[in-house]
Design a protein around this ligand. Structure first.
Ligand code: ZN
Ligand code: ZN
Length: 557
């Protein structure tokens, strides 16, 4: 049998490698051209300021759409947006069943209902520690710890060998929600033989081990107990362990906990349905706020990333309909600021400080911990699994490189550093990049999914910097103007440095451009349109220093 026709076990990420976000990892098994596939996670990335109007960014799934008939399932490791946020948008193009543990499944259902997505997704719940068989893949869910309930690693077994897909994880001895990492399952895999470890690189540059959720709970407990007036805590709503720690700390201090923000209510409802939070007193709603004395309340608030529409930003601006804070109240940011959100978070914090509030962030104490493994925890996992192959994922290039170096230091012989689109043969034979799949990004623009190079976004960016001039000319068949041109300026200063009207300037420019065209040539509508467009842009370029987008419409009567 030639090598090409061999049945191979391959891994190919279409998202999440070379970036932190929009995770999508494919595992394939079979001969080239006749492989069966599973997709692990289907996540999103959030857009930056340079992508105005884009709601979310998702992996380009061209390859999977072509392989739709061979896609046996979409397996979700956990319910963070970068792992499951694209299911609603992209599932209709793929059609495969979706597998998730109960909390993740519940959150997916709640999110789809809230976003009014009615896709008939065959959502299959897998028990914690459960197993599924999908064609040539036997998959076992391994309970780990992270910053959301029910994080799972996946043992993916095939006839050619077994891979461990770590998902997002850390080793937390006191996770506050759910059990500890199933170390026995990992050691057992190591003893049986782990061909490849595909593993989280987020904190691969950080020494030591992550503090525990239990340590954060202690800090929050004293900060809440010592606070003289109201306390507001903002955290990721999905961090149910954190919500629990806050609620228990409030209870211990004789305070009630009020949930503020839709995401908080959604997550708490799903968490209770999945069997969590039963040791926590009932939460109150914003309607109870006015009845409670200042020193008897703790607010759990959405908006830790400075999101302008979220509850905390509105409270900071003093325009939340039900809740207000005052000087002397304490606001705890029990969260990390995601790179790119620093300005927005800073604005909210500054507004709170200006209003006399006591703002506490992770710079002041252990009010937040990461859910990802530092180097000490990575070493631990490598020692348990003793993989033959290591493939760093879930990281930017610098995280992947640090992780690859660590893997080599732990004695892993075959360390393969890859990026989105690379296809790696895991077995049989040496691990190597054997193909490149089409990869890239899709943008959710309002309700429409478009390619990342779509012209609309480029135009919006141009408009946002340079504004727009619209000119409408009505001319006879000979090209003579029958009325004053109509001009609209959008996003352009109304007057120049000397106070002269920009609108008048544009009218004058149109006049002189038309006059300069010899009469017989004015009949040519295209020529007229182009001459006016160039003239207007050149004039504004001279006066303003910027050339706006200019659209000229010519109507002939
Ligand atoms: Zn993640
Ligand atoms: Zn995560």
């Amino acid at each position: 049998m030639s090598k090409k026709r061999q049945e191979e076990f391959v891994f190919a990420p279409l998202g999440g490698v070379g970036e932190i976000g929009m995770n999508l990892g494919l595992y394939g098994y079979g001969r080239e051209g006749a492989r069966k596939w599973i997709a692990v996670d289907l996540g999103i990335t959030f857009p930056s300021e340079t992508q105005p109007g884009i709601e979310r960014i998702m992996p380009d799934i061209r390859f999977l759409e072509e392989e739709r008939d061979n896609l046996l399932g979409i397996v979700l490791t956990h319910a963070h947006e970068d792992h499951y946020g694209a299911v609603g948008d992209l599932w209709p193009r793929l059609g495969a069943p979706v597998y998730a543990t109960p909390f993740s499944a519940g959150l997916l259902r709640a999110k789809m209902a809230e976003e009014r997505i009615h896709a008939p997704i065959p959502l299959k719940e897998v028990a914690l520690g459960g197993s599924i068989e999908l064609g040539p893949f036997a998959i076992r869910f391994v309970t780990t710890t992270h910053s959301i309930p029910e994080p799972n690693g996946l043992i993916i077994e095939t006839a050619a060998g077994t891979a461990y897909h770590s998902g997002d994880w850390k080793i937390d001895g006191a996770p506050q929600i759910g059990g500890p990492t199933d170390i026995a399952a990992l050691k057992e895999l190591g003893a049986r033989g782990c061909r490849a470890l595909i593993c989280d690189s987020t904190n691969a540059t950080r020494e030591g081990v992550s503090p525990s959720e239990g340590d954060v709970a202690q800090t929050l407990k004293s900060l809440i107990a010592e606070a003289p007036e109201r306390v507001a805590v903002t955290a990721f709503a999905s961090n149910v362990a954190r919500l629990r720690s806050v609620a228990l700390a409030a209870h211990a201090a004789g305070r009630r906990t009020i949930l503020i923000g839709r995401a908080m209510h959604r997550v708490v409802t799903v968490a209770r349905e999945a069997g969590y939070l039963h040791d926590v007193p009932d939460f109150l709603t914003e309607h109870d706020f006015k009845q409670l004395p200042r020193n008897e309340v703790v607010l759990l608030v959405t908006g830790s990333q400075g999101e302008s529409r979220a509850a905390l930003a509105r409270i900071a601006q003093g325009n939340h309909p039900a809740v207000s804070l005052a000087a002397g109240d304490r606001v705890i940011f029990s969260s990390r600021t995601i790179p790119g959100n620093e300005k927005a978070v800073g604005q909210v914090q500054n507004a709170l400080v200006r209003a006399g509030m006591d703002v506490i962030t992770d710079a002041d104490g252990l009010v937040h911990v990461s859910g990802h493994p530092r180097r000490g925890e990575l070493v631990q996992l490598y020692d348990w699994l003793k993989p033959e192959v290591a493939i760093p994922v879930h990281g930017e290039a610098r995280h992947l490189a640090a992780h690859a170096k660590l893997a080599r230091e732990r004695g892993v012989r075959e360390v393969v550093t890859i990026f989105n689109g690379d296809m790696v043969r895991l077995a049989p034979g040496p691990a190597a990049i054997i193909d490149e799949l089409p990869s890239g990004r899709l943008h959710k623009d309002g309700r429409i999914t478009v390619a990342e190079d779509d012209e609309a976004l480029r135009e919006r960016r141009r408009l946002s910097f340079n504004g727009l001039v619209v000119v409408a000319l009505t001319v006879t068949s000979k090209g003579e103007l029958v009325a004053e041109p109509e001009v609209r300026l959008l996003g352009i200063p109304s007057a120049d440095e000397e106070g002269g009207s920009m609108l008048e300037l544009v009218y004058d420019t149109i006049d002189s451009v038309i006059t300069s065209i010899p009469k017989p040539r004015r009949k040519d509508a295209d020529l007229l349109r182009e001459a006016v467009r160039r003239g207007v842009r050149a004039t504004l370029g001279e006066v303003w220093g910027k050339r706006p987008v200019c659209e000229v419409m010519v109507t002939r009567i």
